[in-house]
Design a protein around this ligand. Structure first.
Ligand code: ZN
Length: 507
């Protein structure tokens, strides 16, 4: 009965009206009286609504005042950020550095000569910036070598051989000559678990679960599919397989195999693991439908050499007011060996160096430290070492930022922090909107900074447009020509801006 309230409210007037109705026979008077009561009711209703509208307006006004106050408070920062963007967008130095790194040094496999050369080169660039200190941090890294180019062929029952485009996964054991075995195709872990052991024993397990093309973020699809590459060799060996082939982790349809680390465990036999290009994976899958008995021949000469000493490269600008509060910005030095390691993670290296150039001129209140990590791709021992020493240090690790998302157009940041700290960082989002850096999401993706969880207050990764990243990721196509100078500079500017805000306001 929604009208019961108003009826009670108007009770007196309605009662008076009924009395008048009963005792007054004059229709004209009744009409006038009815009109009077109606007008009164309408007026009071309108008045009540106006009061509600007024209260709402007051709330909106208060909110606008808060927003305006926030915007006003950010004006000095917005002026500095404009200058940071101007500086980043008007110098070609980072792009020139990337050309040198990729063309003169090249791919930087963990433990390789090229990685050692990159360490020396990065250290000298940081020294040239005139930072307060530049030093190396010793790290023991694995040293795996690919050997001569891998080969794979599928051989039909009639003896016809068809070439497959293949590469060894990083860290894989060799085949020691030609490994010839029948193949069993697997599309899910459940399928592998359900197969009787005799159907897997002595075979090559072919993991062929494609990345999901329906995700808007390709990175999501990669993360959903990467378990096949990481854990496939262990799972297959446990069921008696003699090798694995993994569909390359990409949405591209081409002949490029994508490498990446494979994991082994102590008590399980280490079996050779290789990636197939998506075209070759489809070719093999189709051939298996018509010829389930076909054999694949795989030849890989890779070798795990003894661990070797390498170095994280560190350079810092000491904070003028809070020198023991540390903010790190970084990327990884190593790359895979199939190409120049331009996108992954040459872009992050040159962006980090450029951030330091820009921040130095801003005289930060808190210490800003560049950390270039070794061995991200096959064990993250550089990141682990930095975190291990940071934990022992009396310094306060404020935040760690990493650029390792390909060096394409920056889209936002991903933050791992307590809700309060994350909210504090998110209050700066309006400073980034004019530069099309649109989001601050949870779940950072930097592998090198992940060991700082629980040590640093916030872990933050740069998020980039990832539509092209996984076309070249860990392949022979990860070359300098794929990098756009403007996109690279925009990423530098976004990172430098966040560094500036963190160094000024703290957490
Ligand atoms: Zn990377």
């Amino acid at each position: 009965m929604p009208f019961i309230g108003p009826l009670l409210y108007y009770d007196f007037k309605i009662k008076a009206f009924i009395i008048m109705l009963l005792y007054n026979k004059n229709p004209f008077r009744i009409l006038v009286l009815a009109a009077f009561v109606s007008v009164d009711i309408i007026t009071n209703t309108v008045l009540a609504q106006s009061k509600v509208t007024l209260a709402q307006s007051k709330v909106t006004l208060a909110q606008s005042k808060v927003t305006l106050a926030r915007q006003n408070a950010l004006v000095p920062d917005s002026i500095v950020i404009r200058k940071i963007y101007e500086s980043a967008l008007t110098t070609h130095q980072s792009y020139d550095n990337l050309r040198y790194l990729t063309h003169k040094i090249g791919g930087r496999l963990s433990g390789s000569n090229q990685e050692a050369q990159a360490v020396v080169w990065i250290k000298s660039l940081l020294e040239q910036l005139g930072l307060d200190s530049v030093y190396l941090q010793a790290v023991t890294v694995p040293h795996w070598v690919r050997g001569i180019k891998e080969k794979a062929r599928l051989i039909t029952t009639e003896g016809k051989a068809i070439r497959l485009d293949v590469c060894a996964l990083g860290g894989s054991v060799a085949t020691h000559g030609k490994l010839r075995a029948r193949v069993i195709e697997i599309k899910s872990w459940a399928e592998l678990a359900a197969l009787p052991e005799q159907q897997i024993k002595g075979k090559i397990v072919f993991f062929n679960r494609p990345m999901d093309p329906s995700n808007v973020e390709v990175f999501e699809s990669y993360l959903e599919a990467v378990d096949q590459r990481n854990r496939g060799a262990i799972a297959a060996a446990k069921r008696g397989a003699v090798g694995t082939l993994v569909r390359s982790l990409t949405l591209a349809k081409d002949d490029l195999p994508h490498t990446g680390a494979v994991s082994y465990e102590e008590k399980t036999k280490k079996i050779p693991a290789a990636a197939l290009s998506t075209n070759s994976a489809d070719k093999l899958s189709q051939a298996l439908q018509t010829t389930p008995n076909l054999v694949v021949e795989l030849e890989m000469n890779c070798q795990q050499l003894p661990d070797i000493q390498s170095f994280n490269v560190i350079g810092q600008i000491t904070g003028s007011t809070y020198p023991t509060e540390i903010l790190t910005v970084g990327a990884h030095i190593d790359s895979w060996d199939l190409a120049e390691g331009a996108s992954d993670d040459g872009t992050g290296i040159v962006q980090t160096i450029e951030v330091m150039r820009i921040i130095k001129d801003l005289h930060p209140e808190r210490t800003v430290r560049a950390v270039l990590y070794v061995n991200e791709e096959s064990g993250a021992s550089g990141g682990l070492k930095y975190a291990e020493l940071a934990k022992l240090s009396p310094e306060k690790q404020l935040a760690a930022i990493e650029s390792d998302a390909g060096g394409f157009t920056p889209k936002g940041f991903r933050i791992d922090a307590s809700p309060e700290v994350a909210e504090h960082i998110r209050t700066w989002d309006m400073l980034f909107k004019p530069y099309q850096v649109e989001w601050m999401k949870p779940n950072q993706r930097g592998i090198d900074i992940a060991p700082l969880k629980g040590i640093a207050k916030a872990l933050i990764s740069l998020d980039c447009d990832d539509q092209r990243f996984f076309d070249i990721h860990h392949t022979a196509a990860d070359t300098f020509d794929k990098i756009n100078r403007r996109e690279l500079q925009l990423g530098t500017a976004a990172m430098a801006s966040l560094c500036y805000l963190l160094s000024k306001h703290g957490l």
